[in-house]
Write a protein that binds this ligand. Structure first.
Ligand SMILES: Nc1ncnc2c1ncn2[C@@H]1O[C@H](COP(=O)(O)OP(=O)(O)O)[C@@H](O)[C@H]1O
Ligand code: SF4
Ligand SMILES: [Mg+2]
Length: 326
């Protein structure tokens, strides 16, 4: 822990420290630490069940009351863990924008897009309905919805999945948040539309100088849009580096396997699935969670949870790499 007070100008926008989340018998997240700096795009990748959504929800105060949450989550130095439900509602509406997978669930089916955006705008600023409608139409234009003024009168079900997700992005921008947390925002869409929506998300956030924490299984999108990447496995952050360093030479065997599993553009190398199934961690983590699937596993890997090894700006949690054996 730092002895000096953090300078707000250089302190990370979001600082997660030693976050552990237990949901009933499941250790969903263990000892997780990372930062998101101002204007930075952090990609979070990892197989299903690795704790990505639980992390996003812990930051946003969206986990069930029964969750056992430890550690610290600070937004501009302000502790969010343990904050009241009302404070967290304010944070979600104003300072952190949310873009989750299911746009249909996020939009109310009985109100038009215009009504929903106008209401959200008026909750944030003291403007007339007419002025809010104009701002809403401009927002739809910004997220590249064709004929925005007409679209305001549409109901969610009258739009395509890609358009609905663009509207969720527009809604997330209303309060001009410093941080957008996007959790697999395009998984429900078909592949070409996914790319368009992610490009759009990156473009509008860049233009507005917002930071993004992007949870995705799409490494191509991470390579194109993110500054840094964190790999999750079994609720543990197993590797983090800037995007070029990580793609150029992953250090952790799981990151290597993950990168190998993606067919490269323009190459004929076949897709290589990672053998074995993703970890489900019960009771607690006492070893490297990847050990059952790791071709390099030895006794030392199950002697305890691998500590964090730092190499300059990058870090990982592989004991054997840390010892210089791999
Ligand atoms: N509400 C819940 N109750 C119990 N276990 C949960 C709950 N939500 C998630 N989990 C478990 O926590 C682990 C991490 O889940 P999650 O963060 O959703 O993974 P992902 O990386 O796919 O987003 C998984 O083992 C999952 O089964
Ligand atoms: S700690 Fe051991 S089991 Fe885990 S990734 Fe490294 S070599 Fe593999
Ligand atoms: Mg998830």
């Amino acid at each position: 822990m730092s002895l000096t007070a953090q300078d707000p100008a250089t302190a990370p926008l979001l600082q997660v420290r030693d976050l552990s989340v237990r949901l009933g018998p499941v250790a969903a997240v263990t000892d997780l630490s990372f930062d998101v700096h101002r204007g930075e795009f952090l990609g979070i990748v990892g197989e299903s069940g690795s704790g990505k959504s639980v992390t996003a929800k812990a930051i946003l105060g969206l986990l069930p009351h029964s969750a056992d949450i430890r550690g610290s989550v600070k937004l501009e130095g302000e502790e969010l863990l343990g904050a009241s439900a009302e404070t967290m509602r304010g944070i979600r509406g104003n300072r952190i924008g949310l873009v989750f997978q299911d746009a249909l669930a996020a939009l109310d089916p009985v109100y038009t897009i215009g009504d929903q955006l106008v209401e959200a705008l008026r909750a944030h600023t003291d403007i007339s309905k007419r002025a809010a409608r104009k701002v809403a139409a401009d927002l739809l234009g910004e997220v590249k919805i064709p004929k925005p003024a007409e679209r305001l009168d549409s109901y969610p079900h009258q739009l395509s999945g890609g358009q609905r997700q663009r509207i969720i992005i527009a809604a997330a921008l209303i309060a001009e948040p410093d941080l957008i947390i996007a959790d697999e925002p395009t998984t429900a869409l078909d592949v070409t539309v996914q790319k368009q929506v992610l490009d759009l998300l990156a473009e509008v956030c860049q233009r507005r100088g917002a930071s993004v924490m992007l949870v995705t299984h799409d490494l191509g999108v991470v390579a194109q849009t993110c500054d840094r990447v964190a790999t999750f496995y079994g609720g543990l952050l197993v590797e983090e580096a800037d995007v070029f360093t990580l793609f150029d030479g992953p250090r952790h065997p799981y990151t290597s396997a993950l990168l190998r599993s993606v067919p490269r553009l323009g190459q004929d190398t076949p897709f290589q699935a990672i053998p074995g199934s993703p970890a489900q961690i019960y009771i607690g983590l006492y070893a490297c969670p990847f050990a059952p699937r790791c071709e390099h596993a030895e006794a030392v890997c199950t002697a305890g949870v691998p500590p964090e090894f730092r190499e300059g700006e990058r870090r990982h949690r592989c004991v054997r790499v840390g010892r210089g054996e791999l």
